[in-house]
Design a protein. Structure first.
Length: 67
């Protein structure tokens, strides 16, 4: 459901083409092959935005989080 990158606040976001309401953040955004490409994060005006998975992976590594 991703439409492509959007730059807001100096960083890249994935614009998600879905109905997104406050409180629905945190879910995965997947591509047509089922690969997770982002994590649903927020609604900004009428845009549903997701953090790209590469940014999530960088954060997890820096935080020392292990599965």
């Amino acid at each position: 459901h991703a439409l492509g990158p959007v730059v807001r606040g100096g960083r890249a976001w994935i614009q998600a083409d879905l109905r997104h309401a406050p409180g629905n953040s945190g879910g995965p955004i997947a591509d047509a092959a089922g690969r997770v490409v982002g994590v649903s994060t927020m609604v900004m005006n009428t845009l549903a935005l997701a953090v790209p998975i590469a940014d999530v992976q960088t954060f997890v590594r820096a935080a020392g989080i292990t599965a």
